[in-house]
Design a protein around this ligand. Structure first.
Ligand SMILES: [Zn+2]
Length: 378
């Protein structure tokens, strides 16, 4: 099947498949949608098809790369001369690419991980922005014809993280894109991208991945345990990327940790609250976001349970934490008049602020205050 490394997204596969087959590619696409639904994977898959010398880029032919030609071989390590991969890097890398002493190993490792798993998110510590120094060299890169393929492909992950200067430089390129060039911008937050850039890209909106699809994907990745897979598929909220990360961690422990945050923030002594803040502050941005997602799922479950007349969580398939319905009952008992939806909104706001790089400690302190006010306690 075409685009074999992208889970679900059949509508997009069919549209992009027809476009590729017909050889009617636009110059730029903006792939948007929630995190972990396969946007980056799709961008890489499109590139794989275009760079396969055996068939992919030939008009009117098949869409599955052969895997053997020189183009496919180079795409295996994501080191094709007609592919530029951009993503946020630390500003200290602005003027010279990292050598192995100062981050080059890490960069290589991250790209290797991405090549191995298209759902892996490339993360470089301190890499918050895509810099003008990454965009400028594109002019030179695009000034020449493709080396081995029919297309020069530029993939930009987290395109919402372009600095204003970088965005303007990119806009100039997009205003007069060279022939045989293809830009694939990927973003979970397209609202933060310059509207003039957005208007030059054809939008492709990705939907959440269904629970059954996620289960199938987990199985393919060799994650067999039925209870855990089902739970992960539920917790992942339509994101296969999140599912994979959850599968790599101790789900039960993280879930308990999230519940501990709710109970501690609302009922703990000031020193317990500050210990909790310190503990959560020590997580990386990613773990923190995921942990807070788990927090909001507990709160949502409590709201759902409250709306049921019978207090029987076991028989309620809508609970995400269905296997721990006893704990959901506990939350509901603890906060009989709690505004759970208001609390969920606060948690989501905190996640948003983390994305915007606001100081973690103040985000968590505010969250503690807000949860206490909204949930109250017994
Ligand atoms: Zn090939």
């Amino acid at each position: 099947m075409a685009f074999s490394r992208v889970l679900g997204q059949t509508r997009i596969k069919s549209v992009m498949g027809k476009t590729l087959k017909g050889g009617r590619l636009a110059h730029a696409y903006l792939l948007t949608g929630p995190d972990g639904v396969g946007k980056e994977a799709m961008a890489l898959e499109i590139c794989r098809v275009l760079h396969c010398r055996a068939q992919g880029s030939k008009k009117g032919q098949g869409l599955e790369p052969c895997g053997r030609c020189p183009g496919c071989q180079k795409m295996k390590g994501l080191v094709h001369p007609d592919l530029k991969l951009l993503f946020p890097i630390p500003s200290r890398w602005a003027n010279k690419p990292p050598e192995s002493a100062n981050g080059g190993d890490l960069l290589g490792e991250e790209i290797a991980k991405k090549a191995d798993d298209y759902y892996h998110t490339i993360r470089i510590p301190g890499g918050n922005n895509i810099l003008i120094e990454q965009i400028r060299p594109l002019n030179r890169y695009l000034a020449f014809r493709p080396v081995e393929s029919d297309w020069k492909v530029i993939i930009i992950f987290q395109a919402d993280r372009l600095t204003p200067e970088a965005a303007n430089a990119l806009l100039h390129i997009l205003e007069e894109p060279p022939s045989q060039s293809l830009f694939l911008l990927v973003s979970g937050q397209p609202g933060s991208i310059l509207p003039t850039i957005r208007s030059r890209c054809q939008g492709v909106r990705f939907a959440n991945v269904g629970e059954e699809e996620i289960l199938r994907g987990l199985k393919e990745k060799g994650i067999p345990e039925e209870r855990l897979s089902r739970l992960i598929a539920k917790l992942a909220g339509g994101s296969f990327g999140v599912a994979l990360r959850l599968a790599a961690e101790d789900v039960d422990r993280n879930r308990e940790g999230a519940l501990g945050l709710v109970l501690g923030f609302t009922g703990g002594s000031p020193s317990q609250v500050s210990d909790l803040i310190e503990e959560w502050q020590g997580k990386d941005r990613y773990q923190l976001t995921e942990g807070l997602r788990l927090v909001s799922l507990w709160l949502r479950d409590a709201q759902i349970l409250r709306e049921l007349t019978a207090r029987d969580g076991e028989s309620c398939p809508h609970l995400v934490n269905q296997d721990r319905a006893d704990r959901v009952v506990e939350v509901l008992d603890r906060f009989p008049r709690g505004d759970f939806l208001g609390a969920v909104a606060q948690v989501e706001k905190a996640v948003d602020l983390i994305d915007k790089n606001v100081y973690l400690k103040s985000i968590l302190m505010n969250l503690a205050i807000n949860l206490r006010a909204l949930l109250g306690g017994k």
